[in-house]
Design a protein around this ligand. Structure first.
Ligand SMILES: [Zn+2]
Length: 216
C-alpha cells in the first residue's frame, strides 16, 4: 500500500513537472501558420495576412523561398532580411525573415493604422527586398548590408526596391503607402522627413509608373 502511494506520488510529481516544462516552452516558442514555404507568426493579424497574400501570390519566383514573418521590436514598420547563418549554407538553404514592428511606443507608422491598399504596397516592397537578395550571391547580399550603414547607401537600396515594386505591377499600391506615410499617418515629423529622404516620394512613384507605361 505504502509503495503504491509512493509510486502514485512520484508519478504525479513527474507529470506535473513535465506539464510545467511544456508550458514554459510553449510560452517562449512562437507558433506559426504554414502556407507552403511561408511561415507566418500566428500573432500576425488575419487581415494583414489576407493583404500580404495579394502580392505574395503574384510573385511565383518567391514561392520556393523559405520566408518567415514574425513580430519584433524594430525601428521601422517592417523590414525584410536574410537569416545570417543560412547565408553560409548555400543558396538553396537560404532563409528570409520579414519582421513587423510590435513596439507600441514607436513614433513611426503602425501597421494596424494603415489602410489596406497602402499595406499591400508595403508588403509588396518588403517582398521585393527578398527578390533582390535572391538575385544576389552571398557577397552581393553582404554588400547590401554595407550599403545600409550609410544614408546614401540606404537611399540607393530603398529607391531600387521601390522601382522593383513598380516594375512588378504594384506601383499604385506603393503610391498609397508612400502617400499615407507622409500625408495621413500619425508618424512624427522627424520620421516623415527621414522617410522622404530615403524612399521614393508619392510624386516620383507616379512619374515612374507613367514612364513604365510609356515603355510598352
Ligand atoms: Zn525597404
Amino acid at each position: 500500500m505504502v509503495l503504491k502511494e509512493l509510486f502514485g506520488l512520484i508519478t504525479g510529481v513527474l507529470i506535473s513537472s513535465v506539464v510545467a516544462a511544456q508550458n514554459t516552452v510553449s510560452q517562449k516558442i512562437k507558433t506559426y501558420n504554414k502556407i507552403g514555404n511561408l511561415k507566418v507568426d500566428t500573432s500576425f493579424n488575419k487581415t494583414y495576412l489576407k493583404d500580404f497574400m495579394v502580392p505574395y501570390q503574384e510573385f511565383a519566383d518567391l514561392h520556393n523561398c523559405k520566408i518567415k514573418v514574425k513580430s519584433k521590436n524594430i525601428k521601422t514598420t517592417m523590414a525584410a532580411r536574410p537569416n545570417f547563418l543560412s547565408l553560409l549554407l548555400g543558396k538553396n538553404n537560404r532563409r528570409y525573415i520579414i519582421v513587423v514592428n510590435k513596439k507600441e511606443t514607436f513614433e513611426g507608422v503602425h501597421l494596424k493604422d494603415v489602410p489596406s491598399d497602402a499595406r499591400i504596397g508595403l508588403f509588396a516592397h518588403e517582398l521585393m527586398h527578398i527578390r533582390d537578395y535572391e538575385s544576389r550571391k552571398v557577397t552581393g547580399v553582404m554588400e547590401r548590408g554595407v550599403q545600409y550603414l550609410s544614408q546614401k547607401g540606404k537611399k540607393q537600396v530603398e529607391h531600387y526596391t521601390d522601382s522593383l515594386t513598380i516594375a512588378a505591377g504594384f506601383g499604385q499600391y506603393l503610391y498609397h503607402w508612400a502617400d499615407y506615410v507622409l500625408h495621413d499617418s500619425d508618424a512624427s515629423d522627424d520620421y516623415k522627413q527621414y522617410k522622404s529622404q530615403i524612399y521614393m516620394t508619392p510624386i516620383s512613384i507616379l512619374t515612374q509608373i507613367e514612364e513604365s507605361l510609356l515603355e510598352y
